[in-house]
Design a protein around this ligand. Sequence first.
Ligand SMILES: NC(=O)c1ccc[n+]([C@@H]2O[C@H](COP(=O)([O-])OP(=O)(O)OC[C@H]3O[C@@H](n4cnc5c(N)ncnc54)[C@H](O)[C@@H]3O)[C@@H](O)[C@H]2O)c1
Length: 254
Amino acid sequence: MSVTGKIAIVTGAAHGLGKAFCDILLKNGAKVGLIDLNIDQGQKALSKLEEKYGKNKAMFVKCDVSNIKAMPESFQAIQKNFGGLDIVINNAGVGLEKRDDWEKTVDVNVKGTIKGTILGMEMMRKDKGGKGGVIVNISSMAGLNPTPSGPVYAATKSAIIMYSRSWVHNPELAPNGIRINILAPAFVDTPLFKMLENKENIHAPAIATLVQKKVGVLKPEVVAEALLELLADETKTGAILKIAETTGKEYLTL
Ligand SMILES: NC(=O)c1ccc[n+]([C@@H]2O[C@H](COP(=O)([O-])OP(=O)(O)OC[C@H]3O[C@@H](n4cnc5c(N)ncnc54)[C@H](O)[C@@H]3O)[C@@H](O)[C@H]2O)c1
């Protein structure tokens, strides 16, 4: 799918990867609705994108994706404003998991992604008045490999893979023009990644350091290029695109 002229929603769009995804979508002629719970950073991201790409091509909507009851309103506001929906990127994610403080990670990463997928399917499927579209769910290398530094984070990221891959095999999707893909980056230089420097917030920091040496650290712009490739290449329907700085891109299906 060419993204030119398409309407996209990106969750967790105020920072890091989400911001880079919005940038590349706008650069390639899409309109983008930014969803984030951080109003200040969301507005700042929107202003920067407007400076680069002009007004009325992007909008910001505040929403906490762990509050799944609030999500429909935010998705509908973007669909209404731009007059349609073609692409949903369920990107919002957190990684903190102190031993007694991990439930938010499940709520944001798993519940938020599931609800975003359901909304995307409902709003874009042809038998419900949509034109079809693409959903990309953001997992991680941690969803594909045991991750001693973040067992809860790894569990949420593998849940995203199996939830998405299960939908890929649902026979209702193709006739309704819905495609679902998964993007699974290794370490990326974002505020979430910097969390690894705070050894109190992760387990087995020495192992995290070793893994980092092995896989390297990607720039968000490189992952955004991979997202664009995934959106464009319809032959990779349903695939997981794994990307790491040292090993590059690899398509998997599991
Ligand atoms: N940085 C990495 O090394 C890395 C690697 C693989 C996958 N990922 C995944 O990429 C995605 C983006 O991560 P990032 O590194 O850009 O992180 P980040 O912390 O830089 O950005 C995450 C964004 O999500 C927003 N957010 C957090 N909780 C939210 C909520 N409840 N509702 C709405 N928005 C919320 C934050 O405000 C922030 O703008 C995440 O799903 C993460 O798991 C990151």
